[in-house]
Write a protein that binds this ligand. Structure first.
Ligand code: NAD
Length: 445
């Protein structure tokens, strides 16, 4: 199958042979590394399927008075390392297999960063941009009610992902607190991270994933023989991850010369003013129209609209995919004119895309390492809530950097030990840890 290595575990567990299926691709990546580190068969089959797959349907009253039925998911992949942890996505394309795939990535990510957390993911099939604020709040609260017994501050702790944000987390925390026996206790608010600072969110959480992308990049560049000076980058997706990674990189002296989101694809050879682009994006719901700000490509403002192919062909040092999964397939991988890719999004490069990039000698710093900053600061938030204490932003940033640097070094060590590309190396390091944990825990009974 193109780009996907068939493993006997697939037949044992009855997997469908669909090479384009994201879940199959993620499990194949995991199993390939499992073989490299000689992971026990029993751990391989445990990790190849999630522990729990929860699917709910719930009605919500829309503003015009009619009721609409929504579908929601929560997949709890593994909790051998600690409570289930992972984001909630509100998007029209949310499917069970994608959620399963993202939940597996969370297990691997937490293990690579050595966080005492397991892996989960969830979502609601909806278009949050098409909902009024009232409708979004009712969808969120009703979904929370539907999964109320499946989440908890020491059991399963959701966080923001595509289409959700701190406000959505606040509604979930409030609904949870109001609906459980824990009603009077602020401890119940620990049920989600990525909350607004006013109700126990951590300073630095909003930018954490983008900050982590930059921390990892800076740590990895020397090992990849790339200088940090005069760095140029293109960013796909100007949401939480992409816009923060872009802004932080720009402040470190880099130029962001191409950007795309769901609404437009823009280039500015002089480098975008990333703060201005973000402010525009927040006001207009996307980057479309920003190019008209200056009527040209003057430094700092505007830019010009380009095609998708031109975006991929833009010569840059670093390409940061930070939108959705499976966007860089073999065709896009052939077009890229960059020296390194750092995955802000989860699963943006497909296995056949990976094959092309390996042949072309373009290293890929993988998602499970690059975007682990979000869950890391989520963990910090959870610890702060548990100890009733608030850390300063400087302390959060410094701790985040320490965790990211350690995870990057672990990945480089595994690359050296097994002689494999970075993605496989990161999986190998994570699986070694999970293998050790299962060795001492054993399997019940
Ligand atoms: P977001 O909703 O804030 O932003 C998503 C961005 O992708 C938006 O700019 C949107 O316009 C763009 N986009 C959507 N469809 C697109 C398309 N077809 N073409 C181009 N752009 C498109 O989401 P986010 O939180 O920034 O998450 C982005 C990715 O990072 C996801 O894969 C997510 O799972 C991953 N991630 C997020 C976090 C986090 O803390 N938010 C942590 C780890 C990983």
């Amino acid at each position: 199958m193109k780009g996907v290595r068939w493993d006997p575990v697939f037949d044992e567990l009855g997997f469908p042979r669909d090479p384009d299926n994201l879940y199959l691709q993620t499990v194949a990546t995991m199993l390939e590394s499992a073989e490299t580190v000689d992971l026990k068969h029993r751990v391989k089959i445990i990790l190849a399927q999630p522990k729990n797959e929860i699917m709910v349907h719930f009605p919500v009253r829309m503003d015009d008075g009619h009721h609409k039925l929504f579908k929601g998911y929560r997949v709890q992949h593994n909790n051998a390392l600690g409570p289930y942890k992972g984001g909630l996505r509100f998007h029209p394309d949310v499917h069970l297999d994608d959620v399963k795939s993202l939940a597996l990535m969370m297990t691997i990510k937490c293990s690579l960063v050595r966080l005492p957390l397991g892996g989960a993911k969830g979502g609601v099939k909806c278009d949050p941009r098409a909902l009024s604020e009232g409708e979004l709040q009712r969808v969120t609260r009703r979904f929370t009610a539907a999964i109320l017994n499946d989440i908890g501050p020491d059991y399963d702790i959701p966080a923001p992902d595509v289409g959700t944000n701190a406000q959505v987390m606040a509604w979930i925390a409030d609904t949870y607190q109001m609906s459980t026996n824990n009603r009077t206790s602020t401890d119940a608010m620990r049920v989600v991270t990525g909350k607004p600072v006013e109700i126990g969110g951590s300073l630095g959480r909003n930018k954490a994933t983008g900050q982590g992308v930059v921390d990892v990049l800076i740590e990895m560049l020397p090992a990849l023989d790339l200088p940090m000076t005069d760095l140029t980058a293109s960013v796909q997706g100007w949401g939480n991850v992409g816009s923060w990674a872009g802004r932080i990189l720009e402040k470190k002296g880099a130029k962001i010369t191409a950007v795309m989101d769901h609404s437009a694809i823009l280039r500015n050879e002089h480098g975008f003013d990333c703060d201005a682009l973000t402010a525009y994006c927040v006001e207009h719901g996307g980057i479309a129209g920003f190019e008209k700000q200056s009527g040209g490509s003057n430094k700092g403002i505007g830019g010009e609209a380009i095609t998708l192919d031109e975006f991929y062909q833009q010569p840059v040092d670093v390409f940061i995919p930070a939108a959705l999964e499976q966007m860089v397939k073999a065709r896009e991988a052939e077009m890229l004119q960059c020296k390194v890719i750092i995955e802000g999004a989860n699963g943006p490069v497909t296995p056949d895309g990976d094959e092309v990039l390996e042949r072309r000698g373009i290293p890929v710093i993988p998602d499970i390492l690059a975007n682990a900053g979000g869950v890391t600061v989520s963990h910090f938030e959870w610890v702060q809530n548990k100890t009733n204490h608030s850390w300063t932003e400087e302390f959060v940033d410094a701790e985040l950097n320490r965790y990211m640097v350690m995870a990057a070094r672990r990945t480089l060590l595994a690359r050296q030990k097994y002689g494999v590309p970075l993605r496989k190396a990161a999986y190998c390091s994570a699986l070694e840890h999970l293998g050790d944990v299962y060795k001492v825990r054993g399997i019940f009974p």
